[in-house]
Write a protein that binds this ligand. Structure first.
Ligand SMILES: [Zn+2]
Length: 195
C-alpha cells in the first residue's frame, strides 16, 4: 500500500512539471512573493499589523503537525526549512539593504530582527569571506518558552538564515541549529557554512 508521501510523489511525477506549473498558476496564493503579504495597514485599520506570538505559533506548529503526519517527520522538517529559505530570500530582497559591507549588514540584520520582534540576534563569530558563522537568537519568535522536549525545533529559522545569507552573499548556505530553547538552552544557536 502506498503511503501518503509516495502518493504525493506519484501524483506529481506522473502528471509532470508542466502540469504542476499550470496548477500553481491557477493558485496565486501558492506562489509566494513579498507583495502577497498585502497592504496590512489598509486591510486592518482598527486591528493593526501585529498579532500575539501564540497566534504565529498556532499556525506554525499546526502546519508542522499536518506535514509530519502526511509526509513523515524528516520530510516535514525539510519542507519547513525550505519555506524558511523562501521567506528569507524575499525578506532579504525587500527589507534589507544588500549593498552594505559585511559588518554593516550584520548590524542591520540584528536591528531588523529586533524591530520586527523576531528575536535578539547576537553574532558569536562570522567570517563571511570564509563562508562561516555562528549566531544566537534570544527570545526567539519560534521557540522561546516551549516545553523542553530535547529537540531542535527551529527548522524554519535555519531556512530563514540560509535564505538571508544566501541572498546577501549570492552563495548557497547550509545552516543548522545546534542549541534551542526546546533542548534546554536559553537561546537558540545556529551554525552556518557556505554550501
Ligand atoms: Zn530554537
Amino acid at each position: 500500500m502506498l503511503n501518503s508521501e509516495s502518493l504525493y510523489m506519484n501524483r506529481f511525477s506522473v502528471r509532470g512539471v508542466f502540469i504542476v506549473g499550470d496548477l500553481l498558476d491557477d493558485r496565486q496564493h501558492l506562489n509566494f512573493k513579498w507583495d502577497k503579504l498585502g497592504n496590512i495597514a489598509l486591510g486592518r485599520p482598527n486591528l493593526g499589523e501585529e498579532v500575539p506570538v501564540a497566534v504565529y505559533r498556532l499556525f506554525e506548529y499546526s502546519m508542522g503537525d499536518v506535514l509530519a503526519h502526511e509526509l513523515g517527520a524528516e520530510r516535514a522538517e525539510e519542507l519547513t526549512r525550505r519555506a524558511g529559505v523562501k521567506a528569507g530570500r524575499e525578506f532579504a530582497r525587500n527589507v534589507l539593504n544588500l549593498n552594505l559591507d559585511k559588518k554593516e549588514f550584520l548590524a542591520q540584520l540584528t536591528q531588523k530582527l529586533l524591530d520586527l520582534k523576531i528575536g535578539v540576534l547576537r553574532v558569536e563569530n562570522a567570517d563571511l569571506e570564509a563562508g562561516i558563522f555562528t549566531l544566537t537568537i534570544g527570545e526567539g519568535l519560534d521557540c522561546s518558552g516551549l516545553p523542553p522536549t530535547g529537540e531542535l525545533v527551529c527548522n524554519y529559522d535555519e531556512g530563514l538564515l540560509e535564505g538571508i545569507f544566501g541572498e546577501y552573499t549570492k552563495a548557497d548556505f547550509h545552516v543548522r541549529e545546534v542549541d534551542c530553547w526546546a533542548t534546554g538552552a536559553k537561546t537558540c544557536r545556529f551554525r552556518g557554512r557556505q554550501a
